[in-house]
Design a protein around this ligand. Sequence first.
Ligand code: UGA
Length: 434
Amino acid sequence: MKITVVGTGYVGLVTGTCFAETGNNVTCVDIDANKVKKLSSGQITIYEPGLEKLFERNQKEGRLHFTTDLAEGIKDARIIFLALPTPPGEDGSADLSYILGVADQLGKLLTDYKVIVDKSTVPVGTADKVHAAIAKHGVTDFDVVSNPEFLREGVAVEDFMKPDRVVIGTTSERAQKIMNELYAPFVRQGNPILFMDEKSAELTKYAANSFLATKITFMNEIAILCEKLGADVDMVRRGIGSDDRIGKRFLFPGIGYGGSCFPKDVQALVKSSEEVNYNFRILNAVTDVNEKQKLFLLPKIEAYFSNNLKGKHFALWGLAFKPNTDDIREAPALYIIDALVAAGATVTVFDPEAMENVKRVIGDKVKYADHQYECLQGANALIIATEWSVFRTPDFDAITGTLQHKVIFDGRNLFDVKRMQELGFHYESVGRQA
Ligand code: UGA
């Protein structure tokens, strides 16, 4: 099938590449000429494990093309995916100008039946708006479908190739048939393609992300209680996670969720609720708790250093908002750095992938180490903000030999508390007794 993907950001590039992988002929369109030039010459523009191999192979085999020309890009296409940015506006609502701008252009270009698919996370009612933006040019032979993505950064290729479910929002039988054909190779193991109306599909995406953000935040508050009441959150997590109705996943407490999705989507759902005069109280609380959670370690650090961080030096492991990505949007590490520097401390950081992005954003506010142990040189304590695998079983002798004092503040509960005590560390984490 011939497919067009408009927008070569994170979602667009993964979507285009993975559809090419099942034999479709994919053209990706982007207004950024530089990006298109890079991609056309075989250079991938995002970091995502496993993607590069698929990208290279499909491009070499002629199934993956890039252009800045929308008219050329949609020629002969049966399906056009819109994978465009929907940044939060000042008030938290999603800005639809990119999507509606392209819809308007499509209205001028469409000459035969096409399925236009909203892949970006968009508020309920957007499919109707896209439909109207195209139809206003007098076009009638098209359908607009909502097909939200459920990709996690770091495992996006796996999530795309083997989805838990595919959600398709359209009541048009013609569009349903085409979408069913496109996704059939991805659900061979029997996972469902769920057909529903456009609005339910749009809300499904926000509901899923907001629910997960709530689940994490609930555990973060349980962790706070554990510390105060003398319980251990690891035990409580296991105790409740074994109940199928709760489930084991997404119960890991830490220093808050970040990234480009949860914070933005929770805010957008709150905003959508306000627009229909509903106060989504739980989600307001989730945002509020999560903001505070990013600085959860700070009072512990301050208490250890007798409320005086001036002149103290910290090593910080992990900058990305989670492992296996270079994405630092809403990353707790950046909030911790800000707070430490504001208190007069200095910080040296290390991250396996996100260093360049951090340099671009905060420049010489911190020092950058090439290696995780070099980062510890002369530091009064180590702070861990992201659970990269390379941090999970470190060489504790190397840590002891390099840190000034054996002090670790761990925002991701990487180590066993007892073991750390045996090794002679002052070790503080989240929701466990120090
Ligand atoms: C999230 C969703 O998981 C995807 O299904 C969705 O498609 C995506 O948003 C999106 O809307 O595009 P992502 O933001 O890549 O994916 O990352 P997650 O792996 O879901 O992690 C989100 C945050 O939650 C991270 O900051 C992570 O550290 C935190 N988290 C996760 C916890 O604090 N505890 C947990 O137990 C799990």
